[in-house]
Design a protein around this ligand. Structure first.
Ligand code: OAD
Length: 243
């Protein structure tokens, strides 16, 4: 029996599956990752573009960075890896995704049970009214964009470095990985917490972890299965044994 088949058996027999995804799952769609070759944080300084202090200092610069990423994301499509996970939501019925990605590609692929840990790039927060709303203007016409209701300054509804995650969303994610007997971790460097902690909860509770990445990560020594390769290739191989 190959490891792909073994992982498929594990998935078939699972009562509840929690999936954690990171930038690597969207890489094959053409969305740059953060770390490693071609990563955003190789080219740009995170502290100048993705912190509350950076936004306070220069909201135009920060919004231009997000406008660039919004334009890029609006031109790409979900890939096979996103699509297989969406199929599994229908066929297996016991799978939920927690993503660190803000690109919305899981939902575009058809996944409905998606917890967005770090926010969504197509939403904004009015800082005057403290209201979250859909903000799809693309490209953005005026910088910094303002709230259409009250004219106040708005910010992207994303989590920046140094900011706490929404406690309700975090609780949902913790509960999911706590009750799961299988955690599948795809395309994340597993160095940003608390996200990186989630599969460790499943493991501590006696569950199993399956990791998919093009390289080893801090999670790899803990993983029951480590599949080295692109998310779409590995998920396709496992999927062959599921249908
Ligand atoms: P990273 O850029 O840190 O890591 C991407 C991971 O994907 C790496 O481990 C790559 O080896 C792997 N990878 C790349 N291409 C892949 C492919 N085709 N198939 C499978 N794996 C692949 O991205 P994240 O772990 O998502 O947070 O980063 C976590 C957080 O740090 C992000 O949400 C963002 C960032 O700063 C905030 O902005 C708050």
């Amino acid at each position: 029996m190959s490891d792909f088949e073994r992982a498929a058996e594990l998935i078939k027999s699972a009562k509840k599956i929690a999936v954690l995804t990171g930038a690597g799952i969207s890489a094959e769609s053409g969305v740059p990752t953060f770390r490693g070759r071609g990563g955003l944080w190789q080219k740009y300084r995170a502290e100048e573009l993705a912190t509350p202090e950076a936004f306070q200092k220069d909201p135009v610069l920060v919004w231009k960075f997000y406008d660039y990423r919004r334009r890029l994301i609006s031109k790409v499509e979900p890939n096979k890896a996103h699509r297989i996970l969406a199929e599994w939501e229908n066929s297996l019925g016991n799978i939920e995704i927690v993503t660190q990605n803000i690109d919305g590609l899981h939902q575009r692929a058809g996944s409905k049970k998606v917890v967005e840990l770090h926010g969504n790039i197509w939403q904004a927060i009015c800082l005057k009214e403290n209201r979250v709303f859909k903000f799809k203007e693309n490209p953005i016409k005026e910088f910094p964009p303002k709230c259409s209701e009250c004219g106040g300054l708005i910010r992207p509804d994303v989590v920046w470095f140094g900011e706490a995650l929404d406690p309700l969303i975090l609780e949902k994610a913790f509960n999911l990985f706590e009750s799961a007997d299988v955690a599948i971790v795809i395309g994340t460097s597993s160095i940003v917490y608390p996200a990186a902690y989630l599969p460790q909860i499943t493991k501590k509770n006696g569950g199993s972890t399956i990791e998919i990445n093009i390289e080893e990560t801090a999670l790899t020594p803990l993983a029951d299965f480590f599949f080295k390769g692109k998310a779409s290739d590995i998920l396709s191989q496992i999927n062959n044994y599921l249908s």
